[in-house]
Ligand binder design. Sequence first.
Ligand code: PLP
Length: 458
Amino acid sequence: MQNLRDSKTLIGWDKDYLWHPFTQMRDWLAEEPVIIQSGEGVYLIDVEGNRYIDGIASMWTNVHGHNHPDLNAALKTQLDQIAHSTLLGYSNIPAIKLAQKLVEITPKGLNKVFYSDNGSTAVEVALKMAFQYWQHKGEPQRKLFIHFDSAYHGDTVGAMSVGGIKSFHNTYNSLLFECIRVSAPKTCRSAVVGKDSDMKMKTRWLNAVEQAISEHTGEIVGIILEPLIQGAGGMLMSPKGFLKELAELAKNQNILLIVDEVMTGLGRTGKMWACEHEDVTPDLLCTAKGLAAGYLPLAATLTTDEIYNAFLGEYNEQKTFFHGHTFTGNPLACAVALENISIFERENLLHQLQTTIAHFKKRLQEFYTLPHVGDVRVCGMAAGIELMKNPDTNVSYSFEEKTGIRVCKYALSQGAILRPLVNTIVLMPPLQISISELDSLLDITFRSIETVTKNRAS
Ligand SMILES: *Cc1c(COP(=O)(O)O)cnc(C)c1O
């Protein structure tokens, strides 16, 4: 255990030397940061010995809990062999085995695996592959990607170009390549969204996509989306059947479908891949976050024989995919990913998970009794609770009120680690959370929203 004097030193050094992601550092400097020292199942433990439920699975990555004996063992076994060797010109055992396994467990037709290190790079790889594919097919005029409003595909320049979150991306607009952004109407209060409005919304979206395609005949590379849930955009759920119909539309119009499963993959939605809910095989599938169970950075872009084969040719034809990251196919990360998938299979986790999901959904409905909860959106083990100043008149809290941030701060004092998306409280615990741990997380979240939003009526 770290003693308190050490923790003071660490806090000082954090403030002196660290620049945190997505963080206004002036606000950070004014606060006492929580410094995590260890993890145990769904709990995170800080340097002062405080325990917190990890309500966001350490930024949506953790699957089976922290410090898992089997994952630790897999990592240690691989470490005694080798930590890293390159896939550029050579191969390694865990990278080969994981590629075989990923092809086995992803939708039929995805037969090739290209590794990288994170979600953004998995998306960059997909975009470049799709773009180059059309060049090899003799259609170099195809240069445009279709993407959605509120989409999030990562923070590198290519991934930002297909992103649709103004506050993240607007600063860099002049750096980004041209795309076609399809605007979708925001989801309204789900309590009043019946099948009818769901259908209407789906039709509107599909029509918008169809129109974009017809306005740019022969110029579209493909369409990229987050299947079922737009995560960072605010945990927005897409209408039932949308993915399926979009996939059919893409197929009929001869454009590529790129599915970004970085957040939804590895069981988050209740199936291994969100695509499975609507029986869709995309042309390209991106996975990262949970791939190595939240242990190590690892990503993969999977694709079809059709795309892979288009890159085959004589060496001097220059059809090679000139892309690769130094730590591509890292053996440690691949070994943990293999064990991650192996635990899913051994414990029949996706089956077990249905009970947890049913409980999660049922208990989330209780949040509607809180006067400032405007919407509760849930899919599998991912939920967003949207706070509003006045849900009846659809009035949001202003950015400056920091309501989401204040709720998460209160939750921290009650023993849960959360992180909001503006005024939407995200709940995304490790999949292996027990029912009683889940109840604690929900109780803390409920109390925190109730306390923070009380006496702040519109
Ligand atoms: C997090 C996320 C990314 C980016 O992943 P990084 O590992 O942070 O680069 C891309 N797409 C989706 C859907 C994500 O949720």
